[in-house]
Design a protein around this ligand. Structure first.
Ligand code: G6P
Length: 618
């Protein structure tokens, strides 16, 4: 989850690395560091337990040069401190690493027996030792030793990586080769950026878009040598690989807060546009259906689908649950969602007539990617619902649908949750119209989808009031979220949002389960947020509210239709859409609630503690 960035070219790389790291802070931010090659053939290294801004302001004036590598860390091995911060340096070699080296302890013991001296507690330092050693640097000698493996730095990296078990995205600098950076990928994203007589390496295009739109995504098991005038890629066993650079579409404003105090609020407010983008060119009025170009499933194959299984983690999983309900309702195909992180470990039964769908904003979540690979190994057909174009999950799936939500910077998902639900509505409509959804129902769903952007704008118009409620509710130690059937994944996502950014305890239950245990906790000091749509279960939901009220529990109801004030202390009215699409709207007030609770509590909304945007490690 750490962020890595590197630059090679004639200009001073330090401002580029700092700017790139600032864009990657959402991947981790407990410490940061830089290493640059200086003119006299050595390395300058500066790293500290600080945010990127702090790193920049503490750099000595003479800290200039290039090429250089940088890192922002999300600690996995060893606490966040100056020493565990990357880059890790051994002699002339400096390494930044994202991922986890699983056999680090074993390698460390072996290297120590051979005389290596470790200074940090990280698994990553092992890489620096292995590469330095493979490159001919022996402990105790000076960092300026000539020599190195015959194939130079790339060969040293290759040799070192053959000893390693685990995941990595790395960028390596060796003072003896001041014209290049070597990068490698296995399980953690690495993208090369092609500039004008300069090249970039990063763990995410966010760090590059200011400088170039031409990129190459490395595949797992690839090594790249990057010089100012180009790059060469090969496999770990030295077979040359080829890549056509792809052009990334990026609106630079998506990477700046654009006048908002936080990205999370900006991204919540972007949602009317996000929905329009997810729908653009995909509604086919003539046949009252949706057209999804990248699906790679023809009508006959679609008819043969007997079951749909959706996999994702965190908010992607909950959006998948919304998706499963949409597919069951509109296409009448049995569908369910499961946490990819569980699925991959439970030796799942994989069926040939099941369509598996991997959901991921980043397209790099390790657990989801591992589930995709396990499925493919067993012959399962997997498609992706992904936001990040060119990401690992997007590339490894047989087909899929992009969200086109633009970059999401805040760690917690808002606009991509909504876009995922919209994409699932399209997929359900598409499958439904191939199965037995009537043209009239197809037209009804299309009209509902078209109404969403305006209705989200209406909900956003209630922000001030929701902020007041959030301020008040932030004074409690925790909250319950309840919903029934369509409202249940929305309650889960609402609780997820609240706990991620406000750190208040938040637990979601199906409303029907409340009296089977959780009701024991309900009382004046535990408020409940209830999702109460106007659907065939409204009466059931109202009786749940009655059960809570009877225990003097405070209730905030989010839904449709004025409620008796004796049943809910506060109500947020949400515009009514088609019942199947209502969940998409019901989650928006819960996003605002979480956001304003976090602001009230003074939290770092965009970078919640202990969390990273895309979890690329086990
Ligand atoms: C992390 C984030 C969650 C996110 C999940 C899945 O755990 O903290 O907010 O929902 O990853 O991310 P993905 O990129 O796969 O959608």
């Amino acid at each position: 989850m750490c962020g890595i960035v590197a630059h090679v070219g004639s200009r001073d790389c330090v401002p580029i690395l700092l700017e790139g790291l600032a864009q990657l802070e959402y991947r981790g931010y407990d410490s940061a560091g830089l290493a640059v090659a200086n003119r006299s053939g050595g390395l300058r290294v500066h790293k500290a337990k600080t945010r990127v801004a702090g790193l920049g302001s503490s750099l000595p004036a003479r800290f200039k040069g290039g090429p250089g590598i940088g890192h922002t860390r999300w600690a996995t091995h060893g606490e966040p401190n100056d020493i565990n911060a990357h880059p890790h340096v051994v002699g002339p070699v400096a390494v930044v690493h994202n991922g986890i080296i699983e056999n680090a302890d074993e390698l460390r013991a072996k290297l120590i027996a051979e005389g290596a001296e470790f200074v940090s507690e990280t698994d990553s330092e092992v890489l620096a030792h292995l590469i330095a050693r493979a490159g001919g640097y022996l402990p105790g000698s000076s960092g300026d030793d000539p020599g190195g493996a015959s194939g130079g730095l790339e060969e040293a990296v290759r040799q070192a990586l053959t000893a390693v078990v685990g995941t990595y995205g790395i960028a390596v600098l060796d003072a003896r080769y001041p014209d290049r950076i070597v990068a490698a990928r296995n399980g953690s994203p690495v993208v090369l950026g092609i500039g004008d007589k300069e090249m970039f390496v990063a763990s995410d295009v966010a760090a590059l878009v200011r400088y170039t739109r031409q990129v190459v995504h490395l595949d797992d098991g690839e090594v790249a040598t990057v010089r100012a005038d180009g790059f060469h890629t090969s496999t770990l066993d030295a077979r040359t690989t080829t890549h056509e650079p792809s052009l990334i579409e990026a609106d630079l404003r998506a990477y700046s807060a654009d006048g908002y105090t936080h990205f999370m609020r900006k991204e919540i407010h972007e949602q009317p546009r996000t929905v329009e983008r997810a729908l653009r060119g995909r509604l086919e009025e003539r046949f009252h259906t949706a057209h999804l170009g990248g699906l790679n499933i023809d009508a006959r194959q679609a008819r043969a689908i007997r079951r749909v299984k959706i996999l994702g983690c965190g908010s992607a999983y909950y959006a998948g649950q919304v998706g499963a309900q949409l597919i069951e309702e509109l296409a009448r195909i049995p569908a369910d969602a499961e946490a990819a992180s569980e699925f991959r470990y439970r030796n799942p039964v994989v069926e040939a007539d099941t369509l598996y769908i991997a959901v991921s904003q980043s397209g790099e979540t390790h657990d989801t990617l591992a589930a995709v690979r396990e499925l493919q190994r067993k012959g399962g057909r997997v498609i992706g619902v992904v936001n990040a174009v060119g990401s690992a999950i997007a590339r490894e799936c047989e087909g899929g649908v992009y969200l086109h939500a633009g970059p999401e910077i805040s760690v917690t998902s808002t606009k991509t949750f909504t876009a995922t639900c919209v994409v699932f509505s399209l997929l359900a409509l598409h499958l439904g119209r191939i199965h037995d959804l009537s043209p009239a129902d197809g037209a009804r769903v299309i009209a509902g989808l078209r109404a969403l952007p305006g209705q989200i704008t209406e909900i956003l118009g209630q922000e001030e009031r929701i902020a007041e409620l959030a301020k008040d509710l932030a004074g409690y130690h925790g909250m319950f979220f309840v919903g029934r059937v369509r409202g249940w994944p929305i309650a889960r996502e609402g609780a997820q949002k609240l706990k991620e950014v406000s750190y208040l305890h938040a637990e979601a239950y199906p409303a029907s389960e409340l009296k089977h245990g959780p009701l024991a906790l309900v009382g004046p000091d535990l408020p409940t947020v209830a999702v109460v749509p106007e659907d065939e279960l409204r009466d059931k939901n109202i009786s749940t509210l009655g059960e809570i009220k009877a225990r003097r529990g405070r209730i905030l109801a989010v839904g449709h239709g004025t409620l008796d004030p004796r049943l809910a202390d506060d109500v947020v009215e949400v515009p009514k859409n088609e019942p199947e699409l209502d969940p998409i709207l019901l989650s928006v007030p819960l996003q605002l609630l979480a956001y304003h609770a976090a602001v009230t509590l003074g939290n770092d909304v965009d970078k919640p503690r202990n969390l990273a945007k895309s979890v690329t490690v086990e």
